[in-house]
Structure formats: C-alpha cells, structure tokens
Design a protein. Structure first.
Length: 236
C-alpha cells in the first residue's frame, strides 16, 4: 500500500519509457510517409551486439529478426559495406542470401531496402524497409531514404542508451527480448568454450540452423542449462 505520493525516480523512468516509444515510432514514421514502402525497422549495432529500437509492424519485426538469426540478408550487407542494399524482388534474387530469401518469401514482403546509419565514419546501425509489392526505389526515393537515415542516426544512438534500462524498449518488443536472451547465451558459451563473443555467437547460430530450431529457442535452452556446448564436434 502506498501513500499516493509519486516517487520522482519512478516518474522519470515512466517518462523515459513514453519518450522512447514515441521517439522510436517517430523515427520510422517519415520513411513510411515519404517513401513507397509498407513497413520499417531500425536497429543499432556495436561490435557483435545488436539492439532493435522499433518496427512498424509484425512483418518488419520478423524480417529483422530473421536476418539476425540467420546472419544474412540486406541488413548485414548494409551494415558491413556502409552502403544501401536494394532488393527489388526477394523471390527473384536468392543467390546472395538463399536461406533468408526463402524465409522472407513466406512473408508479405517482396522488395527489401536496407540503409546504413552513419555517425561520421562509423556505421552504427541500419534502417530496414520492405514493400509488399516488388519493384525498385527511384533515384529520388533512394536519396530521400539516405537523408532520412542520416537524420535518424544520432537520435537512434540516444534512444539505444535509453532502451538499455527499460523493460519495454520498442514499438515491436519481441526482437529486443530475443537480443537479451541471445546475449545471455553468448556470454555463457564464451565461458564454456573459452572463445570470443563473436565465435560463441557463430556457434550458437550454427547449432540453431543445423537443428532446425530458432535462435531464440536454442538461446533459451543454453540459458536454462538444458543445452551445453563442449567442442567443435557438437553439443550434448
């Protein structure tokens, strides 16, 4: 029972959560308003760590999650190259990302566009866009998307710092929850296998792919100690 007095720290935390949700949505809104796309997601990256700030709908969130789980897709191309990756029809272009393309084809997304977030010379994240109908973006659309991504970069990093301490940090919360579980599991494997975080994450993802399970499910099994990794020959 309380005396009805609002704790200042709780009030500030609540304001931070509301600001974060509103700002994550606001960062993505211009992409949908100004470009011929159906949905969008935005994420930031620091080394092997990734955090999803928000997604406009379940399809956008699932596309981002699939790329994180599989380690392939236009998102990774944009993050690694620092250049926009444009896929007019994911069903027609499957050579670069065969596993992701097959999975994405089952969703209501035909065209995919990934734009890197830049802060100076650093690449700090990606905005992923999708469209239900196939087709490329015009030159003007690409230029507009690049400008929007540039504007969003610094705000995205500020939002990421807010999200680290919040329980409900995004417009579409499933992906951030996945990140937390995967990061926990990666840390456990670092200790179990005496390897780097990058190698531990690669082993986690490889096991998920080989077993036909989702990365989320494998990570939860590792965290719950239902699955233990030992050596390069496998797990038990």
């Amino acid at each position: 029972m309380t005396d009805g007095t609002l704790d200042p720290e709780s009030a500030e935390a609540g304001e931070d959560r509301a600001l974060f949700r509103e700002s994550a949505a606001d960062l993505l809104a211009p992409f949908l308003e100004l470009l011929p796309v159906s949905g969008a997601s935005i994420s930031v990256a620091a080394g092997p760590s990734h955090s999803t700030l928000g997604a406009t709908d379940a399809t956008a969130g699932r596309l981002e999650q699939l790329q994180f789980e599989l380690g392939e897709g236009p998102h990774w191309g944009a993050l690694r190259s620092g250049r926009a990756v444009l896929v007019p029809d994911v069903r027609a272009d499957t050579s670069a990302w065969p596993v992701f393309a097959a999975a994405a084809s089952e969703l209501s997304a035909r065209a995919l566009f990934a734009f890197p977030l830049h802060l100076g010379a650093a690449i700090v994240g990606v905005v992923d866009l999708y469209r239900a109908a196939p087709g490329d973006l015009s030159g003007a659309d690409v230029a507009a998307a690049r400008s929007l991504a540039l504007v969003a970069s610094s705000a995205a990093m500020r939002l990421a710092s807010v999200s680290a301490s919040q329980e409900e940090p995004g417009v579409h919360a499933a992906a951030p929850e996945l990140r937390r579980v995967v990061h926990q599991a990666t840390g456990i494997l670092v200790v179990q296998l005496d390897v780097s975080a990058t190698e531990a994450f690669a082993r986690l993802r490889a096991h998920a792919f080989a077993s036909g399970a989702s990365l989320d499910a494998v990570a939860r099994d590792v965290v719950a100690r239902r699955l233990t990794f030992h050596d390069e020959r496998g797990t038990e």
